[in-house]
Write a protein that binds this ligand. Sequence first.
Ligand code: OGA
Ligand code: MN
Length: 209
Amino acid sequence: MSAEARAAAVAARLLDGLASAGFAIEPRFLPPDLVAALRARLRELEGAGRFRAAAIGAGTQRAVRPAVRGDQLCWLDAPLAQAEVDLLARTEALRTHINGALTLGLFDFECQYAIYPPGAVYVRHLDRSPAGAERVLSAVIYLNEAWSPADGGALRLHTDAGEVEVLPEGGTLVLFESARFEHEVLCARRERLSVAGWFRRRAKLPAGR
Ligand code: OGA
Ligand code: MN
């Protein structure tokens, strides 16, 4: 199968999942060499001191609360490394496929690296806060090598049909409706690496315009 045919088949599976259940899981969405290159890039950014403790809440409530959310974050920003260009080409192709099939009006994709140290969690939450009202679809892609169930660290999605747990295996993509599913990151025994991103629609104009 050509790369384009494979990408189209993957997009069709993801669209099926989104349309029927509001979420989809695609193991091996990224090939191992790209996962390894993104992991190397993450380490480079970490070494350059570019990661910051994730904060939660908005406005004056905004604070770092590691018991609620314990990861370290770094946005993918220009100048992009080649691996990041490759990743964003894939998310862009996916965005085009989704817009062609579902009327979600996705207009861009923003994403960040996340490092969860051993023992860190992100308690049950919704990605579409009032501050993030443009987030339509959440996407998480994992960068871990040889993850085993004993390592813990699953993403637990609270779906209409009950809890669904996804292990953070390198290359796996999870896609879900941001406003619909609460989810949480369970405690892992080892460091847990990912890229978390959001397909967004355009912000609404302020009322009266
Ligand atoms: C997030 C998030 C899930 C994961 O960053 O908002 O819920 O599995 N991440 O890393
Ligand atoms: Mn989340």
